[in-house]
Design a protein around this ligand. Structure first.
Ligand code: SF4
Length: 219
């Protein structure tokens, strides 16, 4: 089992209706709800994010293919939206995307680009089998953690979050070894290499902070 994202998306909400802060691997952004749902519309709402994912994946997949072919198509645009309807007691969701190119295309190119768009990775996720797993943590579970320091960096391991994907064990066995006690040996590799590996933990079970900065500087 291997997660797609090297760092899990981390979201948080406080009392400000309905602003969420989303941390992704290279920064943060705000999501919100439209005023009609009680929010302030200061960021994209969850539906907009979902459909944006499809739109951007479509565009990037087409751009990669077009560039590989060396075709002269400088601009691609997509309009995407979705609606839901009830059929036989089931809610069906229909996604639509309209793609256009600011260059003349042959019939052969049009057909090929349509196939490429249909096969973009997010399309395949939406059209494939999806399982949604949800885990609920108690505050004491979230707080549960074990700290390992080499004097420069402290690795924080949250056992309740560990999904045992074993990425750390296979990629840096000098430090992460489930047969050893303790299972994390922070003297087994350089601080830089340990930090790099901690960032790859897919579940957020591993975090780090540089010693002297305290847990305020936690990654
Ligand atoms: S700490 Fe992270 S990478 Fe290592 S086994 Fe647990 S979930 Fe996997």
């Amino acid at each position: 089992m291997r997660y797609k994202l090297e760092k899990p998306v981390h979201g948080a909400i406080g009392m400000e209706k309905y602003q969420c802060t989303i941390e992704w691997r290279n920064g943060t952004f705000i999501t919100d709800e439209p005023a009609t749902s009680g929010g302030k519309d200061t960021g994209p709402d969850p539906f907009t994010l979902l459909i944006s994912s499809l739109a951007s994946c479509t565009l990037v997949t087409l751009r990669m293919y077009i560039d590989r072919k060396g075709w002269d198509i400088p601009q691609i645009t997509v309009n995407a939206n979705f609606y839901q309807e009830e059929k036989d007691g089931k809610i069906i969701t229909i996604f639509d995307r309209d793609i256009s190119f600011a260059s003349p295309l042959s019939e052969e190119q049009r057909a090929r680009l349509l196939d490429i768009a249909k096969a973009c990775p997010v399309s395949r996720i939406l059209e494939g089998d999806i399982q949604l797993r949800t885990y609920l943590f108690r505050e004491e579970d979230v707080q549960k953690k074990v700290l390992y320091s080499n004097g420069e960096v402290t690795v924080v391991w949250k056992p309740e979050f560990c999904k045992h994907s074993a990425r750390c064990v296979s990629q840096l066995p000098e430090v992460f070894n489930v047969n050893a006690k303790p299972w994390i040996d922070v003297n087994g590799a350089s601080t830089e290499r340990i930090v790099e590996q901690v960032k790859r933990c897919p579940s957020g079970a591993l975090r780090y902070f540089y010693d002297g900065k305290g847990e305020d500087g936690i990654f």
